[in-house]
Design a protein around this ligand. Structure first.
Ligand SMILES: [Fe+2]
Length: 179
């Protein structure tokens, strides 16, 4: 279950109802995939072989295809990050810059955790969405955001694309953003 931290006010939203309606208000798609579908041997595995990545995509094929049909995604893959990822710190430093894309950025967390920091409406400002396994989120097109890991520094997620070239990050310089 995702939780929200609104940076300007310090408010935290922790109940499913509050989180869902907040994200809906902000135009952010938020859904769940059933975590019990993931076989035990993949639940705490953050270094994955190609076969294991394929296995996760097969396990969630129905959910992936449903989302793809509704939102127009044509390609998907698995991203896995952990302390075992070469140059993790450098990678995170690169991630942690506010940017936009010309298509929405969708992630379905299948293991571990992640945070999307997203620029909300004028009144709300930036908020953090702390994600756990089963959370599916889509940052809308042209919405300033960045992704990072939580303290456990590990995540496995399905990424879906309309066109992988749409995923190029365009830096967004925002005087209103303070880390
Ligand atoms: Fe992004």
């Amino acid at each position: 279950m995702a939780q929200i931290h609104i940076r300007n006010s310090g408010v935290r939203l922790e109940s499913e109802q509050e989180v869902s309606s907040f994200l809906e208000e902000q135009g952010v798609l938020y859904e769940h995939w059933p975590t019990e579908k993931l076989p035990d041997h993949l639940r705490e595995k953050f270094v994955l072989t190609d076969a294991e990545k394929e296995e996760i995509l097969t396990v969630y094929q129905e959910e992936i295809e449903s989302l793809a049909r509704r939102k127009g995604y044509v390609e998907w893959d698995i991203v896995a990050l952990s302390e075992a990822t070469p140059n993790l710190d450098e990678l995170l430093k690169k991630f942690e810059n506010v940017h936009v894309h010309t298509e929405d950025e969708v992630r379905a967390i299948t293991a571990g955790n992640g945070i999307f920091t997203i620029k909300g409406n004028e009144e709300t400002g930036y908020f953090d969405v702390e994600l756990t396994a089963g959370d599916v989120i889509s940052v809308p097109v042209n919405t300033p955001h960045f992704f990072t890991l939580m303290e456990n520094r590990k995540v496995v997620a399905v990424r879906l694309f309309i066109d992988p070239s749409g995923w190029v990050a365009h830096p967004y310089h925002d005087p209103q953003f303070t880390a």
